[in-house]
Each structure stands twice: as structure tokens, then as C-alpha cells.
Design a binder for this molecule. Sequence first.
Ligand SMILES: Nc1ncnc2c1ncn2[C@@H]1O[C@H](COP(=O)(O)OP(=O)(O)OP(=O)(O)O)[C@@H](O)[C@H]1O
Length: 255
Amino acid sequence: MVEQTNKIISSNDVHLFYGRNEALKGITMDFNESEITALIGPSGCGKSTFLRTLNRMNDLIPNVTITGTVKLHQQNIYAPDTDTVALRKEIGMVFQQPNPFPFSIYENVVYGLRLAGIRDRRQLDEAVETSLQQAAIWDEVKDKLHESALSLSGGQQQRVCIARVLAVKPDVILLDEPTSALDPISSGQIENMLLELKDQYTIILVTHNMQQASRISDKTAFFLQGHLIEYADTKTIFLNPQQKETEDYITGRFG
Ligand SMILES: Nc1ncnc2c1ncn2[C@@H]1O[C@H](COP(=O)(O)OP(=O)(O)OP(=O)(O)O)[C@@H](O)[C@H]1O
């Protein structure tokens, strides 16, 4: 039987320069709906840079030149008329360090909705409950929604940041080492949550943690020095890699 997949993002021959330093050297890869893809590779190989090309976060860095195309639902996101604010709602991002705003938990979650002009209290309340439930933190915070998000633990803050992204109903969630600043229990909670979310969202995750990649991702992409070396089902990458560099990396021979 032919496997049915639904491509949501396609990058084609993406090169990225920081000044004269070429950090991405022609990345071509597709991402399927409702899958978790892990981007792995040694420090400096370009994983985070590539992740940021997928919602144009690199636009915010001076002296960056990008060539090639990235399409979301067949539309080139680098077309001159792209609304980058709308794009970043469709492709939300979660960072390594939890970065809640210095507001209440409630206001953190509704931040994007308020920016979009939504004022209806019931709608906002519903969004808060749904997003915090999806982010698997509702039970822990439902009685203190109006307390500062900064009073929460790091793992709780990260889940609130994920709820903030979910509240605007993105299609794709990018996560850049979302658990590397967290303890193993918080990391496990976030991994379980991502597995729960993947039916509804496309998830692309940069991680240094091989166990994490093998536990939760459907596909894994191995980057090295700005090149995409191998991209395949996670099982293939970890059990039967086709490239020597991939094998050397996953068996811990370098990196
Ligand atoms: N803002 C920036 N300005 C200039 N060069 C940068 C910038 N960000 C990254 N680079 C360079 O681009 C290359 C790729 O970096 P990137 O952060 O994407 O790698 P990475 O694989 O995510 O690394 P890590 O795992 O350490 O986060 C590196 O040579 C890095 O020094």
C-alpha cells in the first residue's frame, strides 16, 4: 500500500549567509502534516538557523542573505508580499529558554489573541482553558491564572509558552531545544504533550538529545556543517543509517 502523506512545508535549495559565512548550503526537504520531525547534528551545523528560515525569524538578524524557497501550503513564504506577522501565527515558535512575558498566566496565553483584536471575554477564557489543557498544564494553574507567569517553575513556564503559541491556532510549531533547560520530569511532560499534539499540528524540533529524537519523532534530519546529510524515518536514522557521517554521529564518534 502506498503511504498517504500530506506535505505542509517544502524547502528547496535554501542557502543562508550570515555576512559572508554560509551557514546553510542548499537545504531541500519537505515536512508532512501531523508528524514530528527532529533536526539533529553537532553544535554549529545550522539546525537552529534552518528552523528559523521556516517562519522567517532570520529576517530579524542583520546581514542575513537567504536564497531558495520555503513554501507553506504551496505559497513561497519569502515572496515580497508575505505578511510575516500572519506567517508567524501559522508557524509558531518555542525557544530554548522559557520566555513568558512579565504578565499573568492568563495574559500570556491571550497575548496573540489580544493583538489580533479579540476582546470577547468568553472567547478569551475558552482559549485560555483549551490552550493550557493542550499544553498539559491546566490542572496545575487553573486556580492561579491571574498570578505572574514568572512565579512558575521553568518547566511550567515552558508549557505556558507552548500554550501561548497554541492559542493562536498555528498549523506548525517550531521548537528550538525546548527541554534543554529543564529537568528530566519536566522534559518528559513536554515530550508526552508533543506526542498528544501531533495529530493536530506539524511539529519540528531541534534537539541535542538523541533519546528525545528517537522517542518522539517520526522523521529525523541529520545536519552537518550546513548540509542536510540524511533525512528519513527516525527508526532508519537510528537503526540503519545510510550515511557514514550519520552513523558516526549517532554512535557518539563525534559531536
Ligand atoms: N546571529 C548570527 N550571526 C552570525 N552567525 C551566526 C548567527 N547565528 C548562527 N550563526 C552561525 O551559523 C552557524 C550555524 O549556527 P546555528 O546556531 O544554526 O547552529 P546549530 O546547529 O543550531 O548549533 P547549536 O546546536 O550550538 O545551537 C554557526 O557557524 C554559527 O556561528
